[in-house]
Design a protein around this ligand. Structure first.
Ligand code: XIL
Length: 377
C-alpha cells in the first residue's frame, strides 16, 4: 500500500464526522450549463471577477495518482488545460510536485523540474504560488520513511530539505503549507504516522516554522488540514496550538481549511464562524483545496439537481472566505474532472470540480464567478 492511501482513509473518516447541515437551493438557478454562454461578458474570468487583492487558485495536476492514469501529464501536454489555467486563476498550487516523494526522490537528489515548471508558468501568467507541503505524514519517499535514521540525522535531513526547497523558491511563493494534517480526527497530534513528530517530538513543528521563515522571510506560513472547516475537536486543536505558538513568537501566519467536501455530509455551515476565530488571533485564513464530490448516478452523469447543490456548496465556501477580512486566498483542487483525484480515491463519487472532462462549465463555475463579481461591490 502506498503512503498516499493512508491520507485517503483518514480523509474519508474525517468527512464522516462532519456535522450534517441541510444544503439550500443554489443562489442563481439560471446559472446552469444550459444557460447562455457568458464568455464575452465583463469579468468573465474568475481572476478578473475577484475583488482586488483576493486570489482565486487551483491545484495544478501532475504527479500523484496521475502517474497511474492513462492520460498524459496535463500540465505539460494539455494545451486547453494550460490555457484555462492561465486565464482563469491568479494563484496555483502544485498538486503533488512539491511533495517530498516528488521533489526529493533520493536522499542526495532533488528533482525540481516539475515544480520549476509550475513556478515559471505562474510568473509568466501573473499568478502567485501556494507551496505544498513540507511537514506531512503522507507521500514521503521510502528512503526517508524506511531509512532507519537517528534523531540527529532526521533533524538534519528535514532542515536541509527546507533550506533547499524553500530557499530555491524564496520570494516566489506567496503562502507555504508548512505543516499539513498534523492532527487526527479527534484533535490528537499524529504522533505515530507523522515520522517527524514521532521521532523528533511535537517541538519540531515550531522549529520547522522557524526554519521556513529563515529560508523565505516573505512567504506566509500556514497550517493546513481537512475536516477543520467546522468548529470541532480538530479545529479546536489548531486554535489552541496556533494561539500558543503565536504567544511564543513562532512565525505562524495562517490557518487554512482544505475543504474536500461531499454532498453526502452536508455543507459545514459554521465555516465562516470558524475562520473568524482564527482571524481574530491575527492569522490569515484560506480555503486551499475545495472540491465537492457527489454520488454519481449509474450513467455517471450528475443530475441538474446535483449540480445545483454542488454549486451551492462552492458558493457558500467562497462567500465564507470573502466575508472574513484575512481570507484572501481561495483555491479549488483542480478545475476539471478530467484530472480530479476524486474518482481515484472515493469509490462511486465524482464530478467534484467546476468543469467537466471536456472543460464545459458547470453551475459551480458560474456560482463562483458571480459570487466574486458580487463581492467587488
Ligand atoms: C492528493 C492529490 O490530489 C493526488 O493526486 C495524490 O495522489 C494524493 O494527494 N490533502 C492534501 C493533498 O493535502 O495534498 C491531497 O492531494 C489531497 C488531500
Amino acid at each position: 500500500m502506498r503512503p498516499i492511501r493512508f491520507a485517503t482513509a483518514s480523509l474519508a473518516a474525517a468527512a464522516l464526522t462532519l456535522p450534517l447541515v441541510a444544503g439550500v437551493a443554489t443562489a442563481d438557478p439560471s446559472a446552469g450549463r444550459e444557460a447562455a454562454p457568458h464568455s464575452n461578458a465583463r469579468f468573465d474570468r474568475l481572476r478578473e471577477a475577484a475583488p482586488e487583492g483576493f486570489f482565486v487558485g487551483t491545484a495544478v495536476a501532475g504527479g500523484g495518482h496521475h502517474l497511474e492514469q492513462d492520460y498524459p501529464d496535463p500540465f505539460t501536454s494539455d494545451k486547453e488545460y494550460r490555457k484555462i489555467l492561465g486565464r482563469q486563476f491568479s494563484s496555483v498550487s502544485p498538486e503533488n510536485q512539491m511533495k517530498w516523494e516528488f521533489i526529493h526522490p533520493e536522499r542526495d537528489r532533488y528533482d525540481f523540474a516539475a515544480a520549476d515548471g509550475i513556478v515559471e508558468f505562474a510568473e509568466k501568467h501573473g499568478q502567485v504560488v501556494r507551496g505544498h507541503t513540507l511537514l506531512w505524514h503522507s507521500q514521503n519517499p521510502a528512503w526517508l520513511e524506511k531509512g532507519g535514521f537517528s534523531k540527529e540525522e532526521l533533524r538534519a535531513i528535514l532542515r536541509e530539505h527546507i533550506t533547499t526547497v524553500v530557499g530555491r523558491y524564496a520570494g516566489r511563493i506567496q503562502q507555504w503549507d508548512v505543516a499539513n494534517e498534523i492532527f487526527d480526527g479527534e484533535g490528537e497530534l499524529r504522533t505515530q504516522d507523522n515520522i517527524w513528530i514521532r521521532e523528533l517530538g511535537p517541538g519540531i513543528v515550531a522549529d520547522v516554522f522557524r526554519w521556513v521563515h529563515e529560508a523565505d522571510p516573505e512567504a506566509k506560513l500556514f497550517f493546513n488540514d481537512y475536516g477543520v472547516e467546522s468548529v470541532n475537536a480538530k479545529s479546536d486543536a489548531y486554535y489552541a496550538l496556533t494561539r500558543e505558538l503565536l504567544r511564543q513568537g513562532v512565525p505562524v501566519h495562517g490557518f487554512s481549511v482544505q475543504a474536500h467536501l461531499s454532498t453526502r455530509y452536508g455543507f459545514p455551515g459554521d465555516l465562516e464562524t470558524n475562520l473568524r476565530r482564527f482571524d481574530a488571533l491575527g492569522l490569515e485564513t484560506a480555503v486551499t483545496e475545495l472540491d465537492v464530490r457527489m454520488d454519481l448516478p449509474e450513467n455517471g452523469v450528475p443530475t441538474q439537481a446535483q449540480e445545483r447543490k454542488q454549486a451551492d456548496y462552492y458558493q457558500r465556501a467562497l462567500s465564507a472566505c470573502l466575508a472574513v477580512d484575512g481570507c484572501n486566498s481561495f483555491t479549488i483542487w483542480g478545475f476539471t474532472d478530467k484530472y480530479s483525484w476524486v474518482p481515484v480515491f472515493f469509490e462511486g463519487e465524482g464530478s467534484a470540480t467546476v468543469m467537466t472532462d471536456d472543460f464545459d462549465r458547470k453551475p459551480a463555475f458560474y456560482a463562483l464567478r458571480d459570487t466574486l463579481k458580487g463581492a467587488r461591490g
